[in-house]
Design a protein around this ligand. Sequence first.
Ligand SMILES: Cc1cc2nc3c(=O)[nH]c(=O)nc-3n(C[C@H](O)[C@H](O)[C@H](O)COP(=O)(O)OP(=O)(O)OC[C@H]3O[C@@H](n4cnc5c(N)ncnc54)[C@H](O)[C@@H]3O)c2cc1C
Length: 542
Amino acid sequence: MTNGMNVSRRDLFKFGGLAAITAAGAGALAGCAPQQKMANTGAAAAEDGSTYVGPSFLQKPAEITEFDEEHTYDVVVVGAGESGLSAMHAALEAGATVGALQSLSIVQTAGNMGASIDLTKTNEAGIKAVLSFINYKSDYRANLGQVETWARNSQEALAWWAEAAAKGGSESKPYDYTVNCNGHEVFFHANTYFHDEGHQKGALVIGDAVQAEGAEIFFETPCVQLLVEDGRVAGAIGETKDGAHVLLRANKGVIMAAGDYVGDSEMLYYYTPDAKGLHQAVDFRNGTGLKAAMWAGAQMCPASHTKMVHGEGPKVRFEMPYLFLDRHGKRFMDEGCCRMGYLNEFTNKYLAEVDFAESTAAKFFSIVPTNWQDHYDAWKDFSDISIHNAYRNVDPEAWIKGDTLEELAEGMIAYADEEGWAHDYTVEAIVESINRYNELVTAGNGDEDFGKRDEYMVPIEAPCYAVPRGANNIDALVDGLWCDGNFQCLDVDMKPIEGLFAVGNASGPFFGNSNYPMDIEGLSVGRAITTGFATGRYVAGL
Ligand SMILES: Cc1cc2nc3c(=O)[nH]c(=O)nc-3n(C[C@H](O)[C@H](O)[C@H](O)COP(=O)(O)OP(=O)(O)OC[C@H]3O[C@@H](n4cnc5c(N)ncnc54)[C@H](O)[C@@H]3O)c2cc1C
């Protein structure tokens, strides 16, 4: 089948699956693919002389066939962040030789908290309940084999990370918590580094350690292509800043651990169009490794990918379902579904109001009574929104306080002005919204405006607080190359590609849905470390 543009449908699949259907061809194949506008796309000559019209990143470049250097290892890792370092360590420990390409001059990662299951306290039914719970929170699109790999190996992997990082002075402050999954109490143990530069400090320590253990990391040498021989991925090709090409051959497999594509706007708006207008938090995860994998036959998970959307620091990450006021000072949602991970779904219309030019349009305030701790105690047993988050790390000293509603509103406006938020607050609009909310509470007929559950409808009287909230950063895409339960990349026929694996954010669908469920805090870092760890060991054993 052709689409009338000299590009066969099969070719489009080759270039990255259904999502590769071109902007111009979207009409012809309507219903098969997202039809969002794509940035920076244009016609170009394809390798066979036909016209290629589509996202530039899906156009396969000419193959690199000449190399300035060549090295051979058992396992080659692309990317030296949490997942890549864990893969290197586990492969070395299993007796493999390891080479790695790293785009930057240092190892680089992000994140403050990484979660594991405490297997000493959680029983088998509890483990299975976590798998079901994550699948439920992921619209039933998770690959349960991948999730189970995390569940069964995270304790070992995260314990290793904490110990290895501590050797270089990066000490975790452990945080233990439980989550009710399908009625089972599941015990989690997290490493936290909020107090000390996040995971990056430990990553630097572990980067030195894996090199001391024998890994050869080629810094400032991003992977630009993969070597495919006889249908098998046989190595990774790096490019130095001088343009020299370094081939790392892999006897057992290449592990793609290059993170996601949050720093590449074209890929972001293509695969995750609902992230448009959010502030792109990091640029070192720029999708280059994912492109190399797609050019070698891999495909991305079905769009739209799992977004991790954050806003404000942990001190104001206050997740109790009080009254929320948008950039106009108006109530806008049932706050009962207020987990930070989902807020983008409620706030992206505000980004459109400012033509996606100012991410702070997604900011808002939560209006909080002073007796919030009493409500926490009353709500925590029935709440399904994991309000335990609210209790930790919050600092009312960082909130805005008003002895009258007018004073509160003035404080909110001053704060928003100082922070440069795109807003049009007025004292009158804010006070009117709070009064309306209190009227609903007093009338006792339930939430006639948004249908919030009755228990959460409590009066908000002065003195009270305004907590700055808002999910305006896209920190990560927790979805990447489509993999099977062994983290082996799948081609467009859903067949495992020999020699190619992906871990951490470069892999998926661990979640597979559109929003990162934050019910298990630190799951993304926990998953990155654990999937790297388990896959490094697995590939070393092939
Ligand atoms: C500000 C912030 C806070 C966060 N906080 C948390 C948190 O508290 N808890 C949580 O669970 N998650 C958190 N996350 C998400 C978390 O950081 C990621 O999910 C996790 O770090 C992903 O790990 P990774 O190994 O897949 O990718 P990374 O750690 O990003 O590693 C990828 C590495 O690959 C390198 N690379 C990229 N392209 C190439 C290439 N072509 N060739 C060679 N190397 C390449 C990059 O330089 C990078 O070093 C946060 C993210 C941000 C931005």
